[in-house]
Design a protein around this ligand. Structure first.
Ligand SMILES: C[S@@+](CC[C@H](N)C(=O)[O-])C[C@H]1O[C@@H](n2cnc3c(N)ncnc32)[C@H](O)[C@@H]1O
Length: 413
């Protein structure tokens, strides 16, 4: 059967040269992957930073998603951070986040806007300090109406008054799951204050797990459809099913359990966002690095030095269009699981050409295995060193266990 070709980078990445028999699943995913799906990135920056080893001469190219990690990386003062994405809504979020961090006259302004993400003062902050730094297209985006599943906003920017974090599609869907499982918000809040993983494990196994198991049949959704709304590409589901012996339901339970019990909850902002669609505002350490008061002036200074830029398009094309030395750190998120073997080969060939010896590349996968060796020809694999042990050690500390593995490679000298 002929392969489809698409003019939009988003559709091209979603279909990634796949044949027509996959089209119904991909069409559903393509519809679900529109609008504000994520309003923060779902990758632990502490793990990324430990693997990337950023220095003053580091030039990072990363897939943006919600753009928080681009800002988090700036706390290490690299030479530059370039964010790229094929999804315009995510780029708008990434950009307003950066403008807010740069334009906030006081830490309280940034805290209210991006940490609390709620309150009428955020609209005043937008009008006075953010809008003057946006392009006409960006202002049009934020000031247009928005329909988000069953919620309607007169102006998109109103989400910062009504609640920015609960407004993403993923949060709207995730927040339906827990009441359906019969877990009360007050109980969740009590659980999320724990700082001892043993206590968390006992609580999870005694209180939360039985409810999940008992109420499972009441879930309104079939998991694959739910996964599409949470941004999991159909190809990722296929990889999970092919490479693990567990059903999707058992995998879901296992990963929720690990996320909620492997690291202390009080500072696991992913757990807070999954369960309550908010941050733990009582504790600075529980916020992403770019939202911590101690980093406020530093991030502003880095942004004033024009160290962060955003662009629309595929990372495959971005690296192909780059010259040797343009970048030496690459953050691929889990996007390779969307890609065809041809795209993965082209991407790594260009990463090796552009990054040169010593360049570091990180990515996450749905299962423990880095299946890179199955994808790349031997002559490219020989140019790479896999920091396998370090990757596994770091992944154990990852606060978010929705992925199965974290991987760091280095281009050999
Ligand atoms: C791969 S998705 C999955 C979830 C991800 N871990 C996160 O936190 O956002 C993340 C982002 O990657 C973007 N993306 C996927 N393939 C891409 C590509 N080839 N080039 C650039 N961005 C891509 C999506 O648009 C989305 O914003």
């Amino acid at each position: 059967m002929p392969k489809k070709t698409f003019s939009s980078p988003l559709k091209r990445a979603i279909y990634s040269g796949r044949r027509n028999r996959y089209v119904p699943h991909l069409q559903f995913f393509s519809k679900a992957f529109q609008g504000i799906l994520y309003n923060q990135i779902w990758e632990d920056p502490e793990i990324d930073l430990a693997a990337l080893k950023l220095e003053e001469s580091s030039k990072v190219l990363a897939i943006s998603s919600g753009g928080c990690n681009g800002l988090n990386y700036l706390t290490k003062c690299p030479e530059k951070v370039s964010l790229v994405d094929i999804q315009q809504d995510h780029l708008h979020i990434a950009r307003i986040r950066a403008v807010a961090a740069r334009a906030a006259p006081t830490y309280q302004h940034l805290f209210d806007f991006m940490a609390v993400g709620k309150g009428v003062q955020n609209i005043q902050f937008y009008q006075q300090h953010i809008a003057p730094h946006l392009s006409e297209e960006e202002k049009h985006y934020w000031q247009s109406p928005m329909q988000q599943l069953w919620k309607r906003y007169k102006h998109r920017i109103d989400i910062f008054e009504k609640g920015f974090y609960p407004a993403s599609k993923a949060a709207l869907v995730a927040r339906m799951i827990f009441p359906l499982l019969g877990i009360k918000r007050s109980r969740v809040r009590e659980f999320l204050k724990f700082s001892d993983t043993k206590e968390q494990t006992i609580y999870f196994d005694a209180i939360i797990l039985p409810k999940i198991l008992k109420r499972w049949r009441h879930l309104l959704f079939k998991l694959p459809a739910l996964c599409a709304f949470l941004g999991v590409h159909p190809n990722q589901i296929k990889i999970l099913q092919d490479e693990t012996n567990l059903s999707l339901k058992d995998l879901f339970i296992e990963r929720v359990r690990q996320t909620l019990t492997d690291t202390p909850c009080y500072r696991n902002y992913f757990a807070w966002q999954i369960l309550l669609a908010q941050y733990n505002l009582d504790c600075q350490e529980a916020l992403p690095l770019y939202l911590q008061e101690k980093n406020f002036d530093l991030i502003k200074q880095q942004l004033n030095h024009q160290k962060l830029d955003h662009s629309y398009g595929s990372i495959v094309k971005k690296v192909a269009d780059s010259h040797p030395g343009d970048y030496n750190r690459f953050v691929l998120l889990d996007a390779q699981e969307w890609m065809s073997k041809e795209d993965i080969t082209a991407l790594w060939q260009d990463i090796i050409r552009v990054g040169g010896p010593g360049a570091r590349i990180i990515f996450r996968t749905g299962t423990l295995k880095s299946y890179l060796a199955d994808q790349l020809p031997t002559h490219l694999m020989e140019k790479l060193y896999y920091h396998e042990e370090q990757s596994r050690t770091l992944f154990k500390k990852d606060r978010l266990k929705v992925y199965g593995g974290f991987h760091c490679y280095e281009v050999r000298g």
